[in-house]
Ligand binder design. Structure first.
Ligand code: CTP
Length: 416
């Protein structure tokens, strides 16, 4: 079967090949299969031989739209990998092991699944699942970068409990997350959603988040209302879009999977980390609420009431964003935030000018459901090029993607 008639089944249902390789997360592929079939997708399962050590083909036979296939020798005619590859509207590989990714990236076609992957022009989504150390290994990340550069979409793994009881990054995304990405891509005619698009692949994004804490004594500090939610959402969204992410944070919000997280407390510690990491970053996003003043002298021991009310002498902190602007590498994209309660536009534009940033993300934190500690935000993104984008009230993750959408065209030559 070739041409247009190969793209859709007679009944109009999209045809999805579900590839399953040999990882413990194979059991989650059963649920993924069921979710896709329930959503009206024709699911053709293809298991590797070793995947059946984790889950039996009979399970998929019972749930999928057609019998499970495992071998290029299963069917005499038509040739199975060609049939599957040509007929597929989309191929999703879940779980994709380190071994599967390596073989696919190298173009090795030594079983039905890899042969089908090499024989298809359909969009492909891979869902990596492996132990944290394997996920962090350069060979795995290089193979993923290669696949992304060829248009393969990635639903990245999440943090959580792994086989053997360890906690870490590498656990396959939940079946519902993968199913949603697949259905979104099918609805968009194969175009990946921002989550799986990998459009920041090869880009290093440095993000700061949270309010700094400036010590008065060992038990007291001065801080602000920032929760770190927006900064963590930016880091999370950037990682899901394929960026290498470094997050410098004071916040205990969930850590984005796959990001290098540097925990800091004070403005001074944040400055040290940001200036060091900015040397190799393509994009720097200063979402943190940095204290403008800190106690001139923090007491070494707890101050007691009986000693009387202390005179709190304050001194200014350094402006990290302004320093990043001065030290900016050629081609580096610099993004600042401005949380305001009045004259939002004027103040944001003045800060953009003073700190020499490409984009200033301004929000009116006095508006309901906006800014500090809320799960939602509404921002206006001012560009040094004069462009202004208003992002109405939305989840902080959506706002994060809107900011990254504005960053993307500015990256230009920064991609490494
Ligand atoms: N910022 C920074 N270092 C500081 C203060 C602020 O890097 N010491 C950064 C923030 O992370 C933000 C931007 O500068 O990206 C604007 O911060 P904001 O607090 O709105 O402005 P300030 O310059 O501190 O001015 P003001 O507090 O007077 O509004």
């Amino acid at each position: 079967m070739t041409g247009d008639d190969a793209r859709l089944l007679d009944d109009g249902r999209p045809f999805v090949v579900l590839g399953v390789s040999a990882g413990i997360a194979a059991y989650k592929a059963v649920e993924l299969c069921r979710l896709l079939v329930d959503a009206g997708v024709h699911v053709a399962p293809v298991l590797t031989e070793r995947a059946t050590r984790f889950v039996g083909r009979a399970t998929f036979d019972a749930l999928a739209s057609e019998p499970t296939q495992m071998s290029v020798w299963d069917e005499v005619s038509p040739i199975p990998h060609t049939r599957l590859g040509q007929r597929a509207d989309l191929i999703v590989v879940a779980p994709a092991t380190a071994d599967l990714l390596a073989r696919y990236a190298a173009g090795i076609a030594d079983d039905l699944l890899t042969t089908t992957l090499v024989a298809t022009a359909a969009p492909v989504v891979v869902c990596p699942a492996m132990h944290t150390e394997m996920w962090a290994h350069p060979s795995v990340q290089d193979n993923l970068a290669t696949l992304r550069s060829r248009g393969v979409s990635v639903v990245p793994p999440e943090d959580g409990r792994l086989a053997g009881g360890d906690i870490g990054s590498g656990r396959m995304a939940e079946p519902a997350t993968i199913a949603a990405a697949v259905l979104e891509m099918l609805a968009a005619g194969g175009a990946p959603s921002p989550d799986v698009i990998g459009d920041l692949s090869g880009v290093t994004v440095l993000v700061s988040a949270g309010g700094t804490r400036e010590a008065i004594d060992p038990v007291r500090f001065i801080t602000n209302r920032s929760s770190g939610k927006q900064g963590h959402a930016v880091a999370d969204a950037a990682a899901r879009r394929g960026a290498t992410v470094v997050l410098v944070t004071t916040s205990s919000q969930p850590r984005p999977s796959g990001a290098l997280v540097i925990e800091v407390e004070t403005a001074e510690q944040m400055e040290t980390a940001m200036l060091a990491k900015a040397e190799t970053a393509d994009v720097v996003i200063m979402a943190a609420a940095v204290a403008d003043f800190r106690p001139k002298l923090a007491a070494d021991v707890k101050l007691h009431k009986a000693d009387g009310i202390p005179d709190l002498l304050l001194e200014p902190t350094n402006d990290i964003l302004a320093e990043l602007g001065r030290r900016r590498r050629p081609g580096q994209v610099l993004v600042g935030f401005a949380a305001e309660t009045d004259d939002v536009r004027e103040r944001a534009l003045a800060k953009m000018q003073a700190k020499q940033v490409d984009l200033m993300v301004a929000n009116d934190v006095s508006a309901p459901e906006v800014g500090f500690d809320h799960d939602t935000n509404a921002v206006t993104i001012f560009g040094a090029d004069g462009a202004v984008v208003f992002v109405p009230l939305a989840a902080k993750y959506e706002v994060a993607n809107a900011i990254l959408d504005r960053v993307l065209p500015l990256i230009g030559g920064a991609r490494t």
